[in-house]
Design a protein around this ligand. Structure first.
Ligand SMILES: C[S@@+](CC[C@H](N)C(=O)[O-])C[C@H]1O[C@@H](n2cnc3c(N)ncnc32)[C@H](O)[C@@H]1O
Length: 354
């Protein structure tokens, strides 16, 4: 199911194009979805085509559209050799990406990584390193998952690029679970106080630190609700977001860009930055990160904050693997070409200078 869903979304525009001659505005949405699922199965599963048609027709009986479904699928199969899969990208996703990355070579590389198909779903660490690197692995053998926690290279790069700004090694990570960045910071000698409001995410975090045999102070709390008595010099805010930057692993994000939804994220992100600034000492550093490249969640958030709080100083980051845009930096996946690209993160370093 997981693989079908992945390919369904990765090829959303391809399937739309293939189906265009057979559908019109009146074709019910659920019939369209059913047809797209069948196309996904035709091209990405080992199930015989006739069995896929039979199953789909059976399901479409509930919708009283079995004749239409049968006719469309059989016609497509008859013309099978004429069907071409191209790198067609959902227009909204492409538009946003093009706004952020002005370099054509970076953009083309990112488009390409969206279509790299999974090379292996069950591997061992030793026998298929490429599969791991390409981040096309979702089901790791149990003995591996017991022993490790796979992080995207972009996660590492943001921490690598910003950790030296923090002068005080006592750090609060206010959206910490499942702990990727807290653990990286701990490995760099930070004494991390980690908080998160989600119990299920904290459970994963605890599994990770137990396996790694490290000690971190982890507390379940809502950052926005909590009344802090202490102030901090070092704060990490890895805010909840649309996760648009994880499009390779989660191709569904590419077609789910809903402006009003993203505006809601922005509201939450702004509230979290405001709260972080309240508990930040003068001359202290706040690092804002999101795994998104949507302007609403990245540049605009920082823009709004610096317009309002003139005492904020934005720092430059020294990294050859990131691209500067106004008040922050985006990970450049092309810089990780040798290992199959990376997720796209946005990061901005803020200093309180009263
Ligand atoms: C992007 S994830 C953090 C990933 C984590 N930093 C890592 O590197 O593994 C965002 C986290 O924010 C948490 N979160 C959302 N709203 C929160 C709130 N009001 N207070 C604390 N945590 C919150 C979510 O539960 C989620 O775990």
């Amino acid at each position: 199911m997981f693989l079908v869903i992945q390919e369904y979304y990765r090829n959303f525009e391809n399937h739309k194009k293939i189906l265009t001659p057979y559908i019109n505005d009146k074709t019910p949405r659920n019939v369209l979805t059913l047809l797209k699922i069948s196309l996904t199965l035709f091209y990405f599963s080992k199930k015989p085509h006739h069995a896929i048609v039979n199953d789909t027709v059976e399901v479409s009986k509930d919708l009283k559209k079995e004749k239409l479904v049968n006719a469309v699928l059989r016609t497509i199969l008859r013309n099978n050799d004429k069907i071409k899969y191209e790198n067609l990208i959902y227009p909204d996703f492409k538009k946003i990406l093009d706004k952020i990355f002005s370099s054509a070579s970076i953009r083309n590389y990112i488009y390409k990584t969206l279509f790299i198909k999974p090379c292996s779903y069950e591997i061992s660490l030793l026998d298929n390193k490429d599969a791991l690197y390409c981040k096309r692995v979702s089901i790791l053998k149990k003995e591996i998952t017991k022993g490790c926690f796979v992080q995207d290279i972009g996660n590492f790069e943001v921490i690598n690029a910003i950790h030296s700004f923090y002068k005080d090694k006592k750090l609060i990570d206010v959206c910490a679970a499942p702990g990727g960045k807290s653990i990286l910071l701990h490995s760099l000698g930070f004494n991390v106080f980690a908080i998160d409001k989600s119990q299920s995410q904290i459970n994963k975090f605890c599994e990770n630190i137990n396996r790694l045999k490290i000690k971190l102070d982890i507390q379940k709390m809502d950052f926005l609700e909590k009344k802090f008595t202490e102030k901090y010099n070092s704060i990490l805010l890895d805010a909840p977001c649309s996760a648009l930057g994880t499009f390779r692993r989660n191709p569904d994000v590419t077609i789910k860009i809903d402006q009003s939804h993203i505006k809601k994220h922005q509201k939450l992100q702004l509230a979290m930055v405001e709260k972080s600034l309240k508990i930040l000492n003068n001359n202290g550093f706040l690092v804002y990160i999101v795994c998104s490249f949507h302007p609403f969640e990245t540049i605009d958030v920082i823009d709004k904050i610096i317009q309002k709080h003139k005492y904020i100083k934005i720092h430059n980051i020294d990294s050859s693997k990131m691209i500067k845009r106004q008040n922050g930096y985006f990970i450049n996946p092309l810089a990780f070409k040798d290992i199959g690209g990376s997720d796209i993160f946005f990061v901005s370093v803020l200093e309180k200078k009263l």
